[in-house]
Design a protein around this ligand. Structure first.
Ligand SMILES: N[C@@H](CCC(=O)N[C@@H](CS)C(=O)NCC(=O)O)C(=O)O
Length: 202
C-alpha cells in the first residue's frame, strides 16, 4: 500500500517527506496548495484544513509528529523506532517537547523575518521568542553532551522529529554558539541524504 503525504514541500509536510525517504517506503506526494486547504475535498482528508496529512489505505492521520511516529513504528528497522518501551517513550517525549518548547518561538521569528510585511512586524514578539529559546536549547545541549543522538547510539525518529522542528533555526541564522552540542547534532541530522531528498521532493 502506498502512503500518501499531503502538503507542499515548503511546509511542515517536509517532516513527513523526510521520514518516508528515511524509511525507504513507497509514497505518493500530494502537494495540495495552501489556498485549497479549506476546500471540501481536502477537508475530507484533514478536517482541520492543515498540512501535513497522511493516508495509509483506509487510515487517515494528521499532525506531523503523530504521522512520523506512526510511520516509524510501522516501518522502522534497525532501531530507528526503538524496541524498548522506555526508548519509544523518549521518542514521544522529544517529539512533544519540540512542539511545545521550541516550535512556537522559532516560528514566530521565522514568520516575522520572511512572511510578515515590514509594517506588520512585531519586534516585541520576536524579542520574547528570542528570550524563550535559550532555555530549551540549553536543556538539549546538556542532554547531547557526549552523545551523537537523542535516544540510544543511533539516529531515531526522535532525532528526525526534533531536528525537523529545529531546522527552522537555519533560515533565521539562530546563533547556536552557546549550544555547540545542539549545533553539531542539528548539522548531523540535516546532512542526512533523506532530508535533502525530502526538500527536493516535487
Ligand atoms: N501541529 C500541526 C500544525 C499544522 C500546520 O499549522 N500546518 C500549516 C502549514 S506548515 C498549515 O497547514 N497552515 C494553514 C492554516 O493554518 O490554515 C502539525 O504539526 O501538523
Amino acid at each position: 500500500m502506498t502512503v500518501k503525504i499531503y502538503g507542499p514541500t515548503a511546509s511542515r509536510a517536509v517532516r513527513a517527506l523526510w521520514i518516508v525517504h528515511e524509511l525507504g517506503i513507497p509514497f505518493e506526494h500530494v502537494p495540495v496548495e495552501m489556498k485549497d486547504l479549506k476546500g471540501a475535498d481536502y477537508l475530507k482528508v484533514n478536517p482541520n484544513g492543515k498540512v501535513p496529512a497522511m493516508v495509509d489505505g483506509d487510515f487517515k492521520l494528521f499532525e506531523s509528529m503523530a504521522i512520523n511516529l506512526y510511520l516509524a513504528a510501522k516501518h522502522g528497522k534497525g532501531g530507528f523506532f526503538p524496541a524498548s518501551l522506555e526508548d519509544q517513550a523518549l521518542c514521544y517525549q522529544w517529539s512533544f517537547w519540540g512542539m511545545t518548547e521550541v516550535e512556537k518561538p522559532l516560528l514566530t521569528i521565522l514568520m516575522d523575518m520572511f512572511m510578515t510585511p515590514p509594517d506588520k512586524r512585531k519586534p516585541e514578539a520576536v524579542a520574547e521568542a528570542q528570550q524563550a529559546l535559550p532555555r530549551p536549547f540549553g536543556v538539549l545541549n546538556g542532554i547531547l553532551q557526549g552523545r551523537e543522538y537523542l535516544v540510544g547510539s543511533s539516529f531515531t525518529v526522535a532525532d528526525l522529529n526534533l531536528a525537523s522542528i529545529c531546522s527552522w533555526a537555519k533560515p533565521i541564522k539562530y546563533d547556536f554558539s552557546p549550544f555547540p552540542n545542539v549545533s553539531a547534532w542539528l548539522d548531523r541530522c540535516l546532512s542526512r541524504p533523506a532530508f535533502k531528498a525530502a526538500r527536493a521532493t516535487k
